[in-house]
Design a protein around this ligand. Structure first.
Ligand SMILES: *Cc1c(COP(=O)(O)O)cnc(C)c1O
Length: 406
């Protein structure tokens, strides 16, 4: 343990602080400013920062929280609160915003899925909660039905409960797969065009057999309506990321839906130990920050945001098209990351540049810029740009493309 004395000694050993504390003369404002200058850890640790023209990627730390969210986090950090009390009060507010019976802030969409399924499996039975991920001999169900086309890495969140995935393609296969071990039917919105069964039919099938349903809409706002659309459609649980387009804390998400299932899911969440969810802690600051981010996201002028993204894309497209051999196309993905996305291609005969070389040049430039490498070109989005950064992206792209002209 560090004693109070040691701390004091260490403090006075710090030249600046020691000087200030020991100084009787009034501090010049320059000295005061230096003393108060916040530590620049980015510089100190040599961490690369960059203009994010790629999108809301976890590897790139998702999105940037807005001032209101950071102010909420700061203010919340000054007081103690009971974790359950924060979750309950915030949950009620979030539920009202998203038109759900109930909601809880989770450690991202991934943990929302694990915890939601845990709730489905255990109900309010404390013994079952403590048994997870052990299912055998507990009386709990153990299978989740998923369409083959929806089988991406994220379904791992469900197997964390001990459940196994059962893959189907057709309605007949669903009917055949359903048995007394079926716990839930899971749907992945972003892959809905890769499956044969669409949302409503999936819900109807499950309802016919009294099986709970869950949908993953992690990266599917905007459109903002997606926050309530799927409850209204009949999904029992809806999971969304907080740190993507909503710009909440990167490590937060929301589990929303039926009251009895959210209550059950919370039994597997902190502060309760002896649970599979004990490691999926969300602190009070982030719970409150998530709420404020959601409120702000739902309240903002969606059309104005969209127009801003479009204008930025147009600015970049206009600039790069000036280089002979470059073509652009703006696409607006319907599923996931629904934002204007600019695809840039170039004729290899006119511009001698690989996708990787362009990415590297932008990454190593000043300021550093991240874009997405694609087959035969690159793509970019503008929703994660700070105002004015589209000009830098346009200039740098044009520069690098023109430089490689043959
Ligand atoms: C990002 C994502 C997740 C994980 O969300 P986190 O909030 O990072 O936990 C799950 N599913 C899909 C489809 C995603 O895009």
């Amino acid at each position: 343990m560090i004693s109070r004395r040691t701390i004091l000694k260490r403090l006075s050993a710090m030249p600046l602080l020691g000087g200030i504390i020991g100084s009787a003369a009034p501090l010049s404002s320059a000295v005061a400013a230096t003393a108060l200058a916040p530590r620049n850890l980015v510089k100190e640790l040599g961490i690369r920062t960059f203009i994010n023209a790629a999108g809301t990627y976890t590897a790139m730390t998702g999105s940037l929280m807005q001032d209101e969210v950071m102010e909420t986090i700061q203010a919340a950090s000054k007081e103690f609160m009971m974790l359950d009390d924060v979750q309950t009060k915030v949950g009620e507010k979030i539920a009202a915003i998203v038109h759900a019976e109930s909601a809880v802030v989770t450690a991202g969409c991934f943990s929302a899925m694990t915890l939601g399924l845990a709730g489905v499996l255990t109900g309010m039975d404390q013994k079952k909660v403590e048994a997870l991920p052990q299912l055998e001999g507990t009386g709990m169900k153990s299978e989740v039905i998923v369409q083959k086309g929806h089988n991406v890495g994220y379904s791992h969140a469900l197997t964390n409960t001990g459940c196994k995935m059962v893959f189907v393609e057709t309605v007949e296969e669903v009917e055949k797969a359903i048995n007394e071990k079926t716990a839930m039917m899971w749907f992945l919105h972003i892959q809905s065009d890769q499956g044969k069964i669409m949302h409503q039919e999936w819900v109807n099938l499950a309802k016919k057999h009294n099986i709970p349903t869950m949908i993953d809409i992690a990266a599917d706002v905007p459109p903002v309506e997606n926050l309530w659309k799927f409850h209204e459609m009949g999904f029992d649980l809806v999971c969304v990321s907080g740190g993507k387009a909503m710009r909440g804390p990167q490590s937060a998400g929301i589990l929303m839906g039926k009251k009895h299932l959210i209550a059950a899911a919370r039994l597997s969440m902190p502060p309760r130990g002896s649970t599979i969810g004990r490691g999926m802690k969300v602190n009070k600051e982030e719970i409150l920050g998530m709420y404020v981010a959601l409120e702000k996201f739902v309240g903002q002028d969606q059309q104005k945001e969209w127009k801003m993204w479009e204008d930025r894309v147009a600015h970049i497209a206009d600039a790069v098209k000036k280089v002979n051999g470059v073509t652009t196309e703006t696409i607006r993905p319907e599923l996931g990351n629904h934002t204007p996305t600019l695809r840039i291609k170039w004729e290899p005969a006119k511009i001698n540049l690989t996708t990787k070389a362009l990415q590297e040049a932008l990454r190593n430039g000043d300021p550093s810029i991240e874009i997405v490498g694609e087959q035969g070109g690159i793509s970019l989005t503008t929703w994660m740009l700070k105002p004015g950064q589209e000009k830098i992206v346009a200039t740098r792209l044009k520069e690098e493309l023109a430089k490689a002209a043959v």
